[in-house]
Structure formats: C-alpha cells, structure tokens
Design a protein around this ligand. Structure first.
Ligand code: COA
Length: 376
C-alpha cells in the first residue's frame, strides 16, 4: 500500500454501560441524603454554625441542562445516600483494569466496523478526562489487550480529549509516522463527579468511545474524509479538579470537594459559546466550507441550551434534531466522548458528499473541530 498521507475516519465504536439512572432516581437519592444531613446536623444548623443543604429537583435539571438520564457502571452505590460514589472490587495487576476494559470494548467495535485486523493498527491513543493511574499508560494496556504492535500513550485535554486525539492521529498519518491509529476515550466520569453537590450531581455519565483514524489508502470504501482539524486552548479556572499526586503534600485538604469536578456553570456557558462559535466559523472559512451548508453538527454534549446557541450561530438558523442531534438526554455529559457518541449514533444516514462537523469544548478551556465528509 502506497500511503496518501490523507487522514480519514474509518469507523467508530461505542460501549454503553447497561445501568442507567433517571433524574427521578437521582433526585430521590440526593434528597434523602439532604434530609439525613440536615437531621444529623439539626443543632448546628439551628445555632447558625452550618447552612442546611437544599434539595435538588428533576424540573431544574431538565430545564437547565436537557439531561434526563445517565449511564453508570455501578448504579446501586451511586444511589445509596450513605455512599454516593461508584464501588467495585479492586482488580489485581494481572487483570485488565476497568478503564482499559471499557476502552477495549469500544475499540473492538470500531475495528470490527472497519473490517480491520488489530495487527494492522500502528498506535493507540487513550484520550480521556481521567486516567485510572499515572502509569503504565492506559493506552499501552489497551494496546496489549487488543494485540496491537507499535506504540501507545495517554493524553488528557478534559472534554476535548477525543478531538485532540483525532488531530494527533491525523498528524501522524499526514507525517507518515503511522497509517492506522486508534483513539480510545473511556470516560468513567462517575468517579470524578461529586454526587453530593446539588449544582453538579446530575451532569455526568459513564461510557467509552473509539475512533479509528487511518490513511485513506487503507480505509474501507465507506469512510469519512477529514477535511481539517483545529485545536484551541485558553486557560480558565471555571471548570477545575484539583485531584492529583501532590495532594499528599497537604493531607488535611485531601478530601475537600475541590478534589472532584467543580464548575462555574453560568460562566462556562457565557464564555464558551462565543469562543467555540467563532472558532468554528473561522475554521470553516479557512477550509472554504460554507457553514450554512453543513449537513450535521455533532457537538460536545454538556448542555442543550449551549448547543442550540452554537448551532444557531454556525448554521444561521435554529437547528433541528436532524441538524444537531442530542445524546445528552440519555447519556448525560460524557466528557470527551459526547461528540463521538453523537457521531457514532447519528451518521449512518448521511449521503456520500455530505459534510459535517465534530466539535468538542470544555475544561481548560479547550476546544477542537474536525470537519468531515462522507465518502462511499
Ligand atoms: N436543583 C434545584 N435547583 C438548583 C440545582 C438543583 N440541582 N442546582 C442549582 N440550583 C439553583 C441554584 O442554587 C440557583 O439558585 P439561585 O438562583 O437562587 O441562586 C439556580 O438554581 C440557578 O443555578 P445556576 O447554577 O445558575 O443554573 P444554570 O442555569 O447556570 O444551570 C448548569 C447550571 C450547570 C446546567 C449550566 O450552567 C451548564 O450546563 N453550563 C455549562 C456547563 C458546561 O458546559 N460545562 C462543561 C463541563 S465539561
């Protein structure tokens, strides 16, 4: 095979955990926790020493975010008001770790859909918001489980990890350093979500996605040309997680809520919408693509209101579900996997020649665009 150095998306894969939590179930558990907390602390609350906790509401969650349910790997402990965190048995070092396991499931589907033999893949990037451990890299464990030679490494750009991974993979192909690269995004966000925080307890869900980026010369007949990729980062503290290996230097604060996901949702909304809309329009202009002619936008899935505004600015009119599909109603925010789930579930019906956009945005701030065209 003579490489063309033109990167394409050959196939995608998705792993969805079986269990799902509805807003009703989530709010019932949260409100029980609130009642118990307020009862346990009744004296201190009456003395004005601590603030009582406020209950959550299904109506608020649906109206503010568009989320109706989220998949999780372990439902019972998350809903147990005395636990409110995921729980499973710790695995031995010679067993496949849980983050790698769900990544492998998504990756296998992508390989199968492309008709690709693992032996023909050159590299694995594990691109996700949270790695299970610092090392050995999750990507190398996934690589080994799939029987891939070559190399693998982890990369974390929060909600934009997958699009940053796609550009990195595309650049390997453009440079001729690889012909077939798997970008795997296992997101066990239930582990970083503070299920006791009313402002954010409804946001995230667990999932894994995979994207197979390849040289056009080896791609299956039906694939997606990558017309252009663009990345952007702007530092912001409005989405932050202070968990890390240096927490042990100040053990007295190791369990504080800032060691989990924390955000200023309003500010994120206000600042990210104009940043991302402009970035998409600038990149479309550079690629000489008419944004109003885009057949479909597969946007990051954090908030339906944000997506409505971004899609409107890009397409020049109110987008319908067909033009900008929503998956966060059933998946919640799955961090970097969101736009890839939307692409995976809502791209088969497009016609050859149709052009669309995969776009991520989130913590960092970070944003990534991948313009694609259906071939075959
Ligand atoms: N149930 C009931 N009321 C709640 C609540 C809950 N679970 N959580 C917050 N509220 C209250 C707040 O206390 C506030 O009350 P106040 O007006 O009396 O102060 C009110 O509802 C509005 O809260 P606010 O946080 O301003 O809501 P919002 O409309 O901004 O929606 C988000 C919150 C998180 C859904 C929204 O800001 C968002 O999605 N932003 C974008 C986030 C994003 O994209 N992040 C990227 C992460 S990767």
């Amino acid at each position: 095979m003579q490489p063309t150095h033109r990167p394409v998306i050959s196939a995608t894969g998705l792993f969805t955990p079986e269990e799902s939590i509805s807003n009703e179930e989530l709010v019932a558990s949260f409100n029980t926790y609130v009642e118990r907390f307020n009862a346990r602390n009744a004296e201190a609350i009456a003395a004005g020493e601590i603030e009582p906790l406020e209950p959550s509401s299904v109506e608020f969650i649906e109206k503010a975010s568009g989320i109706k349910a989220r998949h999780v790997i372990a439902k019972a402990p998350v809903l147990d008001p005395e636990i409110m965190a995921p729980r499973w048995a710790e695995r031995a070092n010679d067993e496949l770790s849980i983050l790698a396991e769900i990544g492998v499931k998504a990756a296998r589907e992508a390989l199968e859909r492309a008709g690709r033999d693992a032996a023909d893949v050159d590299a694995v990037l594990c691109a996700a918001s949270n790695m299970q451990r610092p090392y050995p890299a999750m990507a190398i464990e996934i690589q080994q489980a799939l029987g891939i030679e070559g190399f693998g490494f982890d990369m974390n750009v929060a909600c934009s990890s997958a699009t940053f991974g796609i550009q990195t993979a595309a650049d390997y192909i453009r440079a001729g350093n690889a012909r077939s690269v798997l970008v795997v995004s296992p997101e066990i966000t239930s582990g970083h979500l503070n299920w006791r925080d009313r402002d954010s307890h409804f946001i995230f869900g667990d999932v894994a996605t995979a994207v197979l980026v390849e040289d056009a010369a080896m791609a299956p007949t039906q694939h997606w040309d990558i017309l252009g990729t663009r990345l952007k980062t702007v530092f912001s503290n409005n989405i932050r997680n202070n968990f890390g290996f240096l927490n042990r230097a100040h053990p007295e604060t190791a369990d504080r809520p800032d060691k989990l996901f924390v955000q200023q949702g309003r500010k994120v909304f206000k600042e990210v919408v104009p940043m991302v809309s402009q970035m998409i329009l600038d990149e479309a202009e550079r690629l000489e693509i008419d944004p109003q002619g885009l057949r479909r936008l597969w946007l990051h899935q954090a908030n339906t209101g944000m997506n409505r505004l971004i899609a409107h600015r890009v397409l020049g009119h109110e987008a319908n579900e067909d033009e900008s599909p929503t998956v966060l109603d059933t998946y919640g925010n799955t961090s970097s996997a969101g736009s890839i789930i939307a692409f995976h579930l809502h791209s088969d019906d497009l016609a050859p020649g149709d052009t669309g956009l995969i776009c991520s945005f989130g913590a960092g701030y970070s944003a990534g665009t991948v313009f694609v065209r259906r071939i075959g």
